[in-house]
Design a binder for this molecule. Structure first.
Ligand code: CUA
Length: 317
């Protein structure tokens, strides 16, 4: 059922060094279950028919003695299977939880509801983890708020990301390509939208982009377009719609220059300063009807980026 590059009918492609082994173990357990399910079902039906009560005057069998041979058989054989499963699973678990010493380290920061990646040279990417092929990558992961979980199905790796501590995960991608990342621990309203991708590049191309700090050569120069790109990349759209629908946070459509009613009853005119303050200290002036759930972007947006976001918000008439 499994091939070297594809996971087959049940599984996504096998894109990391451990994926094929994980699938083999999974298949082994699966087929073992199929086999014993079939064996037990068939025998149960067969015995129920063979030993059924045939006549009204037939008496039930008395107390039967046990069969030592039979009991040893059904104890030893399953124990051997369990032992195989334990050794196989434990060895694989050790492999998967021990990153090679030469692994490339990337810090992962999870927050409601996006992923940030920080590289050893200070470069940062948002919603996209960029790694070289055929090179072990170790992720050191932290959460800024609640429990999240980092899951790359194509790599067969998953690890919880827990506030207040670091957790690690490692993988080695087999070939260039793009792979989906899911958050797989329920973390609030937009949990299902907490997505990212892993982009695997050939080593020389990775080095080129790494050395340039992952600058996007196609990054828009126009402030409105740049703001829109930031708005998507930083996960703002998870909570703020641009078409007037109410989300976790207020819609941004037509918000510019409007008088907004605040939770404390006052009203505030939406201008440059209000947007800036709302990015850096989101709970300072809370719009009426919304909870204090927005994370601060202090230290995560420079002045240029705040200007671009303001330009984008202004354009949402
Ligand atoms: Cu983060 Cu679910």
């Amino acid at each position: 059922m499994s091939s070297p590059n594809g996971g087959g009918f049940w599984m996504p492609p096998q894109a990391s060094t451990v994926a094929a082994e994980v699938d083999s173990l999974f298949d082994f357990i699966l087929y073992l279950n199929y086999f014993f399910f079939a064996l037990i079902t068939v025998l149960a039906i067969y015995f129920a028919m063979k030993y059924r009560r045939r006549r009204a005057d037939q008496e039930a069998a008395g107390q039967l003695d046990h069969s030592m041979k039979l009991e040893w058989t059904w104890t030893v054989i399953p124990s051997l299977f369990l032992f195989v499963l334990f050794v196989w699973g434990f060895r694989l678990f050790l492999d998967m939880s021990t990153p090679p010493a030469d692994a490339l380290e990337v810090r992962v920061i999870a927050k409601k509801w996006d992923w940030r990646f920080e590289y050893a040279n200070g470069a940062k990417t948002y919603g996209e983890l960029i790694v070289p092929e055929k090179q072990a990558v170790k992720l050191v992961m932290a959460s800024e708020d609640v429990l999240h979980s980092f899951f790359v199905p194509d790599f067969r790796v998953k690890q919880d990301v827990v506030p207040g501590r670091y957790t690690t995960l490692w993988f080695e991608a087999l070939a260039p390509g793009t792979h989906q990342v899911f958050c797989t621990e329920y973390c609030g309203t937009k949990h299902s939208g907490m997505l990212a991708t892993v982009t695997v590049l050939p080593p020389d191309e990775f080095k080129k982009r790494y050395d340039s700090g992952f600058e996007d050569p196609n990054a828009p120069k126009d402030p409105v377009a740049a703001g829109q790109q930031l708005f998507t990349q930083r996960g703002c759209m998870a909570c703020h719609s641009v078409d007037g629908t109410k989300g976790v946070g207020p819609t941004l459509k037509g918000i510019w220059d409007a008088e907004e009613k605040m939770a404390d009853g006052s009203s505030v005119k939406v201008d440059d300063n209000y947007i800036r303050e709302s990015l850096m200290d989101p709970n300072a002036k809370l719009v009426a009807g919304f909870g204090p759930v927005m994370p601060s972007f202090k230290g995560q947006l420079d002045d240029q980026q705040v200007n671009d976001l303001i330009a984008f918000i202004k354009s949402l008439k």
